[in-house]
Every structure is written in structure tokens, then in C-alpha cells.
Design a protein around this ligand. Structure first.
Ligand code: WTA
Length: 630
């Protein structure tokens, strides 16, 4: 497989303009990597010193396999680096955030304005009794208040747990209860494709079995018919900050204090609350925003991810703001009111760096070149991709149609757990379509066998990381056992859970997950979660779920369902099951196909063999089925 792509490289289509590297923050990749290898701690120390610390750290790292501490004894606050620093210095009136709503309404915040709003919300949360270490759940649409709420939590040392607005009540409940959140911040509605979709009733249902919740803060957006606020527990977002001061000193945080929890699907059972800390995460996201994206003073940087995912945490909010960048945020869907909205925004705002997902790129490919063709995209200088493999066809289209064959493409591989970019092709390095690239300076990435030994180019293996890095997860909230598993599965390595292959140049192509996670349109969905949602319906006896390749979304969810006695297959029942998953887990976890079956392939110990189902579905050889119970 790797050979095929070496042939493509021989065409020399993707050797970038050397000026990109010459003018970049990082400069020569090889040189930077060598500097890291020579002395990893000195490398990270040099970067961390570019940020503000209330008290300098005494040591860069302490590594007691599998536990790492970074920037020991250092005191800081990430919001000081994202806000105060810029306001004190020359970026006071620089635009920090441009927000565009669906109906073309706009809100713009300078760094000073954003700073004031963050401090007001921070004071509002304090008024509700939130203090350092308390967990706050943020379940909001993509509006400025979503980002402001995150920063406000960080300001006072509260640990935010942002839940993507597309999750349903049960998924939200398990995340609120899991983190024992004291306060939930939400909105009445989200706007999508011209319609307003109510959110508040989902929260009301989600907090029924979540006794930790003391207050629900509601951002009311519907002007004509404002939702009612239940006085005992709920408070209007702007009422909360009506009489508060716009001054709030940053809480002094230890580098190893938790900054946030972010839930990600696990391959078995409940979602995992990934814990990131103040110091290491700050350094990792700052370093990569600066050196991978090469964000400069005049850039207009747009990452299309929802801040509810890690991509939004690291590359909408913390990374770019710590650099003092101008960021773009929109609630618009890419094809409403027409498939030109994104490109219109690139033209109007003069976007220079665009970071999006392969699933969106493939959707744009289908919609046709005439849409981007209508707009002037000449401001773009760098294009990024994240969330799933960027297949060569999508790479070529992105490069040619959007980047006009001049913009380097950064296919960035990383995870909720890694906090920051880990593998990509740094600016100026040759690009091999289909291959994300190599470990960035600071990261030792490899493709290995089950014993942790490197496998040769062209041979598939497990993607693994060999050394700790500052923004690595520190634990899984309330489940450290699951944390240790990341480092115990492959000797000496952090086991990523992806399959990969290298080419002769050492570039890594990610092939997909090695476990029971399905990456659907760039979002991780655990088969176990969807199966248990299906089984919670009264008509379902058993369910198995697989990912089926799809040329736009990467994968779609296909479910196989055994009905209970007394229920018969019908289209009506199919729709009912889909609806059931939709309200339980949310639209993102909804299967695209459901088959009613009489049996499911199982091992003798009773485990469903999803790979057998998948092979059958795709007309492939199921491989070793010796454990299959006939
Ligand atoms: C997949 C998203 C191929 C991979 C930042 C990983 C990718 C999982 C890429 C993490 C990429 C992410 N190429 N696959 N460039 N980026 N993935 O936690 O399977 O939502 O393990 O973090 O997405 O997804 P997560």
C-alpha cells in the first residue's frame, strides 16, 4: 500500500514552496527535531518560557511510568496567557473573536472586550458558589458565550466539562453525573438550517438523576417567546452577570491542577473523562498553534470545529488565543442557506488559515467546484485537516480547489487524550497524500507490533507514542485503571488505538481504529454506547453495531438487531428505534442502517464478533473464526 503513494510522490506534485518553511516560526523541521532529541527537557523549557508563569517551575518533567508531571511547582493561569497578556501589551484592541450566526448576524470581540466578558462571567459563577476545583458542565451551541464560559471557568480554577450540543439526554446525564458537575451552563435553543432546536428540555431531563447540580445557567436567545426560567434552580445567563464587576483576578493554578475534563467514547462501557492539566496543556497547545499552524500577528484563523470537541478546546480556544490570534467562530452549517457559506466567510473575513475535517471536504467535493469558485479565496495560506484519515482524493481536491495548488496541507493526527497535534507534515516538508506525516518536534511516534517493536515500512501495525509529552492526559476521571491501560497495552508505549503503516520516508498513514470505536464524520462513537441505547428499547433483545465505510462520512453506523418475542420487523419499528437512539444519545450516534436478524455471530464466551459482521457486510473474508460459536 505504501508503495502506491511513493509513486504519487515521484510526480512531485506536492513539494511545497520553500518560503513557507523559511518564513515559519519553526524553521527547518529536521533541525527542530534534532534539537528536541538532543535534550527533550531543554526543548520544552525553551517553549514554556515564552508563556507567563506567576511562579517559575522548578523542573520540566518527572516521569514515573506511566505517570508524568510537567512544569513542577510552576504556577500559572491559562487565561492570563490567553487574555491579560494581550490586553496589557499591544493587542488590546485587536480582534480576538469574529462570530457569525446563521442569519448573517455578527458579533465581534476585541481582546479587551473578551477579557471583560470572561471576568464578568467568572464573577457570576463565583456568585453561584463555584470555586476552584468544582466541575462546571457547558452544554451550548457555537456562540461566543460558549467560549467565554470555558475561559471563565479556567479563570477561577473551576474544571469545565464541555459536552457537544448534539448529544442527547442520556449521554448528557452520564457526563454530568460522571463529573459530579455543580453548575450546568446551557442555552434555550440552537439554530440549525433556519430552525431553532430546543436544548433546555434536554438539560431538564439530563439533570433528573444528577444530584450534584445546584444551578442551571440558561442563555436565552429566543427573543419572541423567551423560555421560562424556573427560579429555584435556574438563572438567566445575563441576569447572572448583571451587577458584577468586570475585574476578576486569575486564580493561581498549579501546573498540575486539572484544567478540564472532556468525555470521549470508550470502546467498552461508559465514556471516559479525559483529564487535562493547566500547565502542560497550555504549553502543548500554544506550541502547536504557533509552530504547526504558524499563526502570525495578521492571520485570520478559522477552525470549524465545535468547541465541544477537543479540536475546539485546543484549536478554537486555548492554542490560538494564547498566541493572540484573531479567531472565527460560526454557528452555520456548511451547506445552509447554500453550499457557499464557508467560502463566502473566507472571502469576507479574509481567512488565512483554515482547519476543517475530511468529512466536510468530501461533502464539498460532492457539492461541486462551482461553490468555492464563486469566491475569492486568495487570502488562504495554510489548510488543515483533522479527525479521520484525509484520503488522497480529498487531499488533492482540497489542495487544488481550495488551496489553488499553493497552500500546504496539514493533515494533523491527534486525539482527545493527546491534547495537542502529534503527527503531521510540518510546513515546507514534502507532502504525501494519504499520509499524515511524522511526529512533530517533541513527539516520538512510531508504528509497532504488539511487543512495541518498530515494524518496517509497508507493514501495518499499531500506532504508538514512545515518550511522554506536556499535554498528555493525566488520568481518566475517577477511573485511573483505564488510564493505565493506555500505557500497559504495548510495552513501553502509549497505545493510541489506531492502526497505521509507514512509507519509506517514515511518514505515517493512519488506517483506522483497532478497537470498537467508530469514527463517524470525525466523531468517535463507541459501539457499546449505541448497542446499549438500542437494547434499552422494549422491542430489542440484542444489538450489535459496526462501522461501514462511507465516502463522505468516513464511516456510517450500521446496527444488527434481534427483536424480543412478540415484536415483528417493520419500517415503523425501524424508525422508532432510530428515534430512540436519537433522543437517548443524540443525532450524531444515530445508525444509518438497521437490519433485523435472528442471530448474531458470537464467541463461545458470548462476546459479539463485530468483525465477522463487518466482513460479511463488506463481502470480505472474516479471517480467523476459530472462536466463533456455531
Ligand atoms: C482519528 C480528534 C487519521 C483517530 C482530534 C484518532 C485521525 C481519533 C486523524 C481521535 C487524522 C484524528 N488522520 N485519523 N489526521 N485525526 N483521527 O479524540 O482514529 O475526537 O484516534 O480527537 O480520531 O479522535 P478524537
Amino acid at each position: 500500500m505504501a508503495e502506491d503513494f511513493d509513486v504519487r510522490l515521484a510526480e512531485k506534485n506536492y513539494v511545497p514552496d520553500p518560503s513557507y518553511q523559511q518564513n515559519s516560526w519553526l524553521g527547518d523541521y529536521q533541525k527542530a527535531y534534532a534539537e528536541f532529541q538532543k535534550d527533550p527537557d531543554a526543548f520544552w523549557d525553551r517553549i514554556a518560557k515564552e508563556l507567563h508563569w506567576f511562579r517559575p517551575y522548578s523542573r520540566v518533567k518527572e516521569w514515573n511510568y506511566p505517570y508524568a508531571k510537567w512544569f513542577l511547582d510552576g504556577k500559572t493561569n491559562i487565561t492570563y496567557n490567553c487574555l491579560d497578556r494581550h490586553v496589557i501589551n499591544s493587542r488590546r484592541n485587536k480582534v480576538a473573536l469574529i462570530w457569525r450566526g446563521e442569519d448573517d448576524c455578527e458579533r465581534i470581540y476585541t481582546y479587551r472586550q473578551l477579557f471583560r466578558e470572561v471576568m464578568r462571567v467568572a464573577n457570576g459563577l463565583k456568585k453561584l458558589g463555584v470555586t476552584k476545583g468544582d466541575r462546571v458542565c457547558i452544554y451550548m451551541p457555537m456562540v461566543p458565550e460558549q467560549i467565554i464560559s470555558m475561559l471563565a471557568c479556567a479563570r477561577i480554577g473551576a474544571v469545565h466539562s464541555v459536552v457537544f450540543g448534539g448529544f442527547g439526554a442520556a449521554a448528557l446525564n452520564s457526563r454530568i453525573a460522571g463529573a459530579a458537575a455543580k453548575v450546568v451552563i446551557t442555552a434555550d435553543v440552537t439554530f440549525r438550517r433556519g430552525k431553532s432546536i430546543p436544548l433546555k428540555h434536554i438539560i431538564e431531563e439530563a439533570i433528573i438523576n444528577a444530584p450534584s447540580v445546584e444551578h442551571v445557567v440558561v442563555l436565552r436567545r429566543e427573543q419572541t417567546q423567551p423560555v421560562e426560567i424556573h427560579k429555584e434552580m435556574e438563572i438567566d445567563f445575563y441576569d447572572m452577570i448583571k451587577d458584577v464587576k468586570a475585574e476578576c483576578e486569575p486564580e493561581v493554578m498549579d501546573a498540575e491542577d486539572p484544567l478540564f475534563i472532556l468525555y470521549t467514547s470508550g470502546s467498552t462501557g461508559a465514556p471516559k473523562g479525559i483529564v487535562h492539566t493547566c500547565g502542560g496543556y497550555m504549553v502543548g497547545t500554544y506550541y502547536t498553534a504557533k509552530n504547526v499552524f504558524d499563526i502570525k500577528e495578521n492571520d485570520v484563523y478559522w477552525c470549524t470545529a465545535d468547541p465541544g470537541w477537543i479540536t475546539g478546546h485546543s484549536y478554537v480556544v486555548y492554542g490560538p488565543l494564547s498566541l493572540g490570534a484573531t479567531i472565527v467562530l460560526t454557528e452555520s452549517t456548511p451547506d445552509f442557506p447554500d453550499p457557499g457559506v464557508y467560502w463566502r466567510m473566507v472571502e469576507e473575513f479574509g481567512v488565512t488559515i483554515l482547519y476543517t475535517a475530511p468529512t466536510a471536504i468530501r461533502m464539498f467535493m460532492k457539492l461541486g467546484e462551482e461553490w468555492p469558485g464563486k469566491y475569492n479565496l486568495s487570502t488562504l495560506r495554510i489548510l488543515g485537516s483533522v479527525g479521520e484519515p484525509l484520503n488522497p482524493e480529498a487531499f488533492e481536491w482540497y489542495y487544488r480547489v481550495i488551496g489553488k495548488s499553493k497552500c500546504p496541507i496539514l493533515d494533523t493526527w491527534w486525539q482527545t487524550e493527546t491534547g495537542m497535534h502529534m503527527i503531521t507534515t510540518m510546513l515546507g516538508e514534502p507532502m504525501y497524500p494519504g499520509f499524515a506525516g511524522k511526529g512533530i518536534p517533541g513527539v516520538v511516534a512510531d508504528v509497532v507490533d504488539k511487543d512495541g517493536k518498530s515494524v518496517p515500512p509497508g507493514t501495518g501495525g499499531f500506532l504508538a507514542i514512545r515518550e511522554p509529552w506536556p499535554s498528555m492526559l493525566r488520568t481518566v476521571y475517577n477511573d485511573d485503571e483505564r488510564y493505565r491501560k493506555y500505557w500497559n497495552t504495548i510495552p513501553g508505549c502509549y497505545a493510541v488505538g489506531d492502526l497505521a503503516v509507514k512509507n519509506k520516508a517514515g511518514y505515517i498513514m493512519v488506517l483506522g481504529r483497532s478497537d470498537d470505536l467508530i469514527v463517524v464524520a470525525g466523531h468517535n462513537i463507541g459501539t457499546a454506547e449505541v448497542e446499549s441505547a438500542l437494547v434499552s428499547h422494549k422491542a430489542v433483545a440484542e444489538a450489535a453495531v459496526i462501522g461501514k465505510p462511507d465516502d463522505v462520512k468516513g464511516n456510517i453506523i450500521k446496527a444488527f438487531v434481534i427483536l424480543r418475542v412478540g415484536h415483528t420487523p417493520s419500517d415503523k419499528l425501524k424508525n422508532e428505534l432510530l428515534y430512540h437512539v436519537r433522543i437517548t444519545l443524540g443525532p450524531i450516534a444515530m445508525p444509518s442502517e438497521i437490519d433485523f436478524v435472528a442471530t448474531l455471530p458470537k464467541t463461545r464466551s458470548g462476546k459479539i464478533m463485530r468483525r465477522v459482521l463487518k466482513a460479511k457486510e463488506m463481502g470480505m473474508d472474516p479471517g480467523d473464526v476459530s472462536t466463533l460459536d456455531e
